[in-house]
Design a binder for this molecule. Structure first.
Ligand SMILES: N[C@@H](CCC[C@H](N)C(=O)O)C(=O)O
Length: 321
C-alpha cells in the first residue's frame, strides 16, 4: 500500500445504528409456507414488540429483508387488547395469530398462515397437538380450531358470508372486476371469510394463465377496506362428487401470491353458490403453489362452516441481526 492509499476497514459487527431491524434486532425468526404462501414468523409471547408497518414491510421485502407474503407474530392472547374477547369465546385459545401483510397492513385472517402458525408453535415446543386433538387459536376474525391431517392441518374457518348481504343470493353477483387479460369487465361476488374477497369466474375463451396480475384488478364499487380478488375456472378431475377449480389470486396488501387459504374458501363458496343446490360440499382448489381442500360442513348452531385443509412447511430459522 502506498502512502496515498487509505485502508478502509469495516467493523466486524455493524454498529447498532446501522441495523435496519430496530426493535427486531437479535430476534429469532422462522420462515415457512403453506402451498407457496410464505411467511416470516416471530414469537413475542408478551407482546413486547411495537411492530410498525414500515418495519414489517422491510422484513417482508424480498430484496432487502427476509421476504414473505406476510409476517406472523405469535403472541399470548392474554397479552393483547383483543385477548379478552378471544378468551371469553374460548378460554383455551392461549395463542393469538397477529397477521400482517407484506406491505405492513394488518389483516383479520390468513387461512394458509394459521396452519403454518400452528406448525411453528409445535416446532417451538409451545403447544402440543396430538393426533385426534385440536388446538384453538385466536385471530382478529375470531377463534379458529385446528387439527392435524395425514398431510398437514385442517382449520375450521367458521362461516362464510355474502359481504353485500343476502340480496346477493338472488342477484348472484354484487361487484364488477376489471383486469388485464379479461376481455370485458366481469360480474363478481363479494364473500367474507373473516377478511374480504371478490370472486370472479372467467368466461369461455378467457385464460387463467394469461391474466396479468402485476397490477391490482379494478373492483367496482370500490370496497371500503380493500379486497382480495380471486379468479376461478373449472379444473379437470374424476367424476367423484368433488368439485375442482383452478384459482389465481391478487391479495390485498401483497399482490399476486402463490396461494391464499381464505381466498380458496371464498372461491369454493362462490363457485358452489353459482352451481346451485346440486353443487358438491367438498372442493379441491388448485393454486399456483399447490392444492388445498375446502369442505362445507353443517355446524351445531345451524350455520355452515368452511373447513380448509392443506400442508404447512417450515423452511428456515435464523436471527434478525
Ligand atoms: N394469504 C392469506 C390471506 C392474507 C390476508 C389478506 N392479504 C388480506 O389482506 O385479507 C390466506 O391464506 O388466507
Amino acid at each position: 500500500m502506498t502512502s496515498t492509499q487509505t485502508r478502509t476497514t469495516r467493523p466486524a459487527h455493524a454498529p447498532e445504528a446501522l441495523s435496519p431491524w430496530g426493535e427486531l434486532r437479535g430476534r429469532p425468526f422462522a420462515k415457512g409456507h403453506g402451498t407457496g404462501n410464505d411467511f416470516v414468523l416471530i414469537t413475542d409471547p408478551h407482546a413486547e414488540l411495537a411492530l410498525d408497518a414500515e418495519l414489517v414491510a422491510l422484513v417482508c421485502d424480498r430484496h432487502r429483508g427476509i421476504g414473505g407474503d406476510g409476517l406472523i407474530r405469535a403472541v399470548r392472547s392474554e397479552s393483547l387488547p383483543e385477548g379478552p374477547a378471544v378468551l371469553e369465546t374460548a378460554p383455551d385459545a392461549e395463542w393469538f395469530m397477529d397477521y400482517r401483510n407484506n406491505d405492513g397492513s394488518v389483516a383479520e385472517m390468513c387461512g394458509n398462515g394459521v396452519r403454518v402458525f400452528v406448525h411453528h408453535l409445535i416446532s417451538e415446543g409451545l403447544v402440543d397437538v396430538p393426533e385426534g386433538e385440536v388446538l384453538r387459536i385466536g385471530t382478529r376474525a375470531g377463534v379458529k380450531t385446528v387439527g392435524r391431517t395425514p398431510s398437514g392441518y385442517a382449520v375450521d374457518m367458521g362461516p362464510w358470508s355474502f359481504l353485500d348481504g343476502e340480496a346477493a343470493r338472488t342477484r348472484g353477483s354484487d361487484a364488477v372486476v376489471t383486469a388485464r387479460g379479461l376481455k370485458v369487465p366481469r360480474p363478481a361476488l363479494s364473500i367474507g371469510m373473516g377478511n374480504p374477497h371478490t370472486v370472479v369466474a372467467l368466461a369461455e375463451g378467457e385464460k387463467l394463465d394469461q391474466l396479468d396480475l402485476h397490477t391490482a384488478p379494478g373492483v367496482r364499487p370500490v370496497p371500503e377496506d380493500g379486497t382480495n380478488v380471486e379468479f376461478v375456472v373449472p379444473a379437470d378431475g374424476d367424476d367423484d362428487g368433488v368439485g375442482r377449480i383452478r384459482m389465481r389470486v391478487h391479495e390485498r396488501g401483497v399482490g399476486e401470491t402463490q396461494s391464499c387459504g381464505t381466498g380458496a374458501c371464498a372461491a369454493a363458496a362462490a363457485t358452489r353458490f353459482w352451481g346451485g343446490v346440486t353443487a358438491p360440499d367438498q372442493w379441491l382448489v388448485q393454486v399456483p403453489g399447490g392444492v388445498v381442500s375446502v369442505t362445507f360442513v353443517p355446524a351445531p348452531d345451524g350455520s355452515e362452516h368452511v373447513v380448509l385443509a392443506g400442508p404447512a412447511v417450515l423452511v428456515a430459522h435464523g436471527t434478525l441481526d
